[in-house]
Design a protein around this ligand. Sequence first.
Ligand code: ASP
Length: 333
Amino acid sequence: MEAKSLKHIVILATGGTIAGKAGSALQMTGYQAGAFSVQDLLDSVPGLDAHAKISGEQLCNIGSQDMQDAIILQMAQRCNELLAQNDVDGIVITHGTDTMEESAYFLNLTVKSSKPVVMVGAMRPATAMSADGPLNLLNAVKVAAEDASVGKGVLLVMNDCIYGGRDVTKTNTTNVATFHATNGGALGYITGGKVQYYYAPLRLHTVATEFDVAGVTQLPRVDILYSHANDDGILAEAAVAAGAQGIVYAGSGMGSLHAGCEAALAAAIAKGVAVVRSSRTGSGVVVESKKAWTEMGILDGDNLNPQKARILLQLALCVTKDRDAIREIFGKY
Ligand code: ASP
């Protein structure tokens, strides 16, 4: 292939296990995430430059369990700057796997370009026997350079699978096959080195959203409350006292509220806090259940898991405080 026909893909490195360093090839836990640089990652993939013209940028170098709104905002803003350049065809973001699903969904809603943005990470540190990072990175670059990836929103590539940024979630603590779209499936696969798609996302994303994070430096506080026996609403009161503008209630089953929490949530809503029901089950849709909950003003989180519902509620609250408008947003994205 002629070098001039290669796409230009920027690797934006943020840390994670893909850049993780352990004391030995057998150490798979307790290592230092975010220890290697973007150049180290590129050097670990022989022949990467045969698939794209690559340049690397280090955005940060952290374990993604420590993610902050400021970094997510910076990630989106940098993607938008890079993708606005004519000489950039796509972006691969190396990221810790713990919160990759949140960043993927945030970017899916805030990147203003149809060019591919592909998230990638690893479950084994770079120093491990059978480290999965180098092949994942090669696959991510191939996906980012693929014409068929244009217009599919932010994608996540791990373990030979391509997922939509809205749908994908981490399901296992250590297994390399940890990512799944629990309400659907993968959009495509990399098989025998070839990228193939079978499905495309339908919910609005990237250029079709109303969310604009240009110049935004802070996001509204949204807390997640996890339902359990004896839930007495104390944590809901604490969230409101801490300044939460939104609460995602990770209810049992189909987003059920514990009766002990209802009064505290009603008080939160009376103070202008947006409350969204989601589910702690890991998959499925949350729709209207008890009329009394709807009458209290609680919104339904659709099939977004609590951490994704939190991202959408943060962005929704940047646009509106109106409950009906937020309900509409949850129906669109
Ligand atoms: N704790 C790590 C992180 O999210 C795990 C990983 O990357 O797989 O950064």
